[in-house]
Ligand binder design. Structure first.
Ligand SMILES: Cc1cc2nc3c(=O)[nH]c(=O)nc-3n(C[C@H](O)[C@H](O)[C@H](O)COP(=O)(O)OP(=O)(O)OC[C@H]3O[C@@H](n4cnc5c(N)ncnc54)[C@H](O)[C@@H]3O)c2cc1C
Length: 393
């Protein structure tokens, strides 16, 4: 199929009478429907099944700590009371802890979460507010009993006041509501969440507040902000831990050798900005291209003015089914196509290269692809069986 993605062929086949949905050709979807998963080791793109992990975040944090300490990281626990700076350059020189201990350094990574103690509170870097595009500012989280079988996917469903997640772990399900205090109250959110749980709640819901946006310079002087200190994007696509990891990798690639280079700082900041903005746009897409008419919230989302680059992407897809990827976008073509089509955008045209195949050849190719996609599903493991084998290996 060369440079012309599968969805172009599917659009033409649909026009020619194909009776299969787009999702019938998606191995992840077919496996999810049957509660199955396996890591497929293949070079054949037909059988490619990308995946991500469901973690217990507290256990994952402890695992990373052990891993880092075994690798030689020295951990000093304490509360930072005062951040010391060089009077002339403004560079951070040390941290004073509440018990009087002093920590000095050449490079500081600010991972103090939403407060951004070094990057924002000390160096005064501005926080760019994106709440006019992504107005959700609250979440309520509640654990519930696990299902008999662990599902291999996250479920995100919309309600009139926001959306609800369900993330299966082996010992419980994580659930939560994400909503905007501009459009709904905490009580309404709790009612919706608790009445839509699929298993017995194990606790009371816990409310979390946040503010969507980005620290304008994620690297300033000798401070690099990683994690929530660098910005917050709501968890619709569960991207925060990915952003932490990609921030660390970027820093490793540009790690200072003899002093801090202004060119490296600029490069780091430009890449981070691009990465944040493309994820932001991808999340806005979910909200903006909605067809709900049951609440002020969803109407406002549909009617808002969106960032120009996203508006162009949507227009290009509607008119020609084309997808344009940015270099630092973590979401590739398949993700954009799935959300655009999943939310009901139907392109009026497809790529002309598709016409090189006549209708009959195209329809029989589609049948073959469909059969080929069904084949590996029967051989996949049930999700619990996979986890059991994988974790005991
Ligand atoms: C509702 C919700 C759902 C989420 N779901 C997902 C998901 O599905 N996938 C995903 O990838 N991410 C998700 N996230 C985001 C994820 O939780 C965060 O990315 C991650 O916890 C950020 O870690 P952090 O270390 O940057 O910040 P934090 O976890 O906030 O840690 C900051 C730390 O800094 C410490 N600190 C602050 N000030 C000081 C001081 N003066 N001295 C010493 N220490 C200090 C704090 O005590 C804290 O321990 C979600 C977030 C929310 C709110």
């Amino acid at each position: 199929m060369g440079f012309c993605s599968f969805h172009h062929y599917w659009l033409k086949a649909k026009e020619a009478g194909l009776d299969k949905s787009f999702w019938d050709f998606d191995l992840n979807y077919l496996a999810c429907q049957q509660g199955k998963f396996n890591k497929i080791n293949t070079q054949n793109p037909l059988y490619d099944m990308p995946y991500a992990y469901h973690f217990d975040s507290a256990l994952y944090g402890q695992f990373l700590r052990r891993f880092a300490e075994q690798g030689g990281v020295k951990r000093t626990e304490g509360i930072i009371e005062h951040v010391q700076q060089n009077a002339k350059s403004g560079f951070v020189t040390g941290l004073q802890l509440t018990d009087g201990r002093q920590i000095e350094g050449d490079l500081f990574i600010d991972c103090t979460g939403l407060r951004g103690l070094l990057i924002r509170q000390t160096l005064g870097v501005n926080y760019e507010d994106w709440s006019h595009w992504l107005p959700a500012d609250s979440a309520q989280a509640v654990p519930s009993e696990r299902f008999d079988k662990t599902l291999p996917y996250t479920r995100s469903i919309a309600h009139d006041c926001g959306w609800q997640w369900r993330i299966p772990l082996t010992h419980r399900n994580g659930n939560g509501m994400v909503y905007s205090s501009r459009f709904t109250t905490d009580e309404q959110s709790t009612d919706t969440l608790m009445s839509n749980l699929d298993s017995k709640a194990l606790d009371e819901p816990r409310t979390i507040r946040f503010h969507t946006g980005r620290t304008e310079q994620q690297w300033c002087k000798n401070v690099v902000a990683i994690g929530l200190a660098s910005g917050f994007l709501e968890p619709l696509e569960s991207t925060s831990i990915h952003l932490i990891q990609s921030g660390i990798i970027r820093l490793m690639k540009m790690f200072p050798n003899q002093g801090i280079s202004a060119a490296m700082i600029d490069m780091y900041n430009a890449e981070s900005q691009d990465e944040y903005e493309t994820i932001r746009d991808f999340i806005i897409l979910h909200y903006h291209v909605n067809e709900r008419d049951d609440s002020e919230f969803w109407r406002a989302m549909r009617e808002m003015t969106i960032p120009d680059r996203l508006a162009q992407k949507i227009a290009a897809f509607k008119e020609t089914a084309a997808i344009f990827n940015e270099q630092n976008d973590m979401f590739r073509d398949a993700s954009w196509v799935q959300v655009m089509m999943g939310q009901g955008l139907s392109p009026v045209d497809y790529h002309g290269a598709v016409n090189a195949m006549d209708k009959q050849t195209l329809l029989s190719a589609m049948q073959q692809i469909h059969q080929a996609k069904q084949q590996p599903v029967s051989k996949l493991l049930g999700h619990d069986e996979f986890i059991q084998r994988y974790t005991s290996a």
